[in-house]
Write a protein that binds this ligand. Sequence first.
Ligand code: PLP
Ligand code: COI
Length: 340
Amino acid sequence: MDKKNIDWTNLGFGYIPTEKRYVSNYKDGAWDEGTMTSDANVVINECAGVLQYAQTIFEGMKAYTTEDGHIVTFRPDLNAKRMVDSAKRLEMPAFPEDRFVEAVKQVVEANAAYVPPYGSGATLYIRPYMFGSNPVIGVKPADEYQFRVFSTPVGPYFKGGAKPITIRVCDFDRAAPHGTGHIKAGLNYAMSLHAIMSAHAEGYDENMYLDAATRTKVEETGGANFIFVTKDNKVVTPKSDTILPSITRRSLIYVAKEYLGLEVEEREVYLDEVKDFAECGLCGTAAVISPVGKVVDHGREICLPSGMEEMGPITKKLYDTLTGIQMGQIEAPEGWICEI
Ligand code: PLP
Ligand code: COI
């Protein structure tokens, strides 16, 4: 397989169209058999549910080239399941989990020339998504839906790759109690756009959202969960009903315990505690683990002891072990790696 002539090592996190994508339509209560298409454009009615009432959900995952040259994806079954949870919350039909995994495989296989080579630091980002496609003018769920999967080669989510970033405590809320913070709905991201633009304008890389009810507890950022490390090397990660249940975080909890022998606490984390942690990182498919060097709370600087130059030592071990598993250098737990 000849790879595309792309400057893999200098890729940012952007959209580059690849050759093929998957599409399946839902009509009269059933999904059609689905097909691969070269057409990157979607044509829908002006009154489609997604356009009027934001009825859209998505997933994010990656394909990797392993050290021995295979192409793999990481725990796609968990993305399939999370998409079903998202669909239920937005009154959309579930796309069957086995078909989801099959569609992802087909897309990666068809775009193998775009899967960045081992060691390049880049990956193929895979974006499954679903939206209400027929006209809806009264506020109600659509009757017809489209499920699609496209892929695009990407580099690091944050410029500078593994360099620690600076984030601020955000005055806007991301998710309401009993709202949609725990699902991957487009609406959660639409409402974060103003917050991220204003963070960037003030010189911060990301927002730390607090819980909307009390504004005392750490939730997550716009696109990743938090991992903290205590001064005695315990891994602490926020537990909340209003954050996205990150597959990366769930995997890191297992890696920390089972591969690194670390103690892990999944619990409520108060903003007041952040000053006492030794390390902080953002974890997610796009973010992998991006180290945080500084958190600014309304002018008050909380500088993590790990500093602004490199990842903290435990964060680095977590990063190396997780990416080692994904790239086939370290043996994976049963069922984590899906070979294409
Ligand atoms: N939190 C939010 C809001 C996200 O958008 C993402 C990205 O998918 C994550 C957390 C991380 O989740 P995962 O590790 O499953 O990619
Ligand atoms: C992902 O990590 O897959 C996401 O969807 C996060 C998004 C901010 C790119």
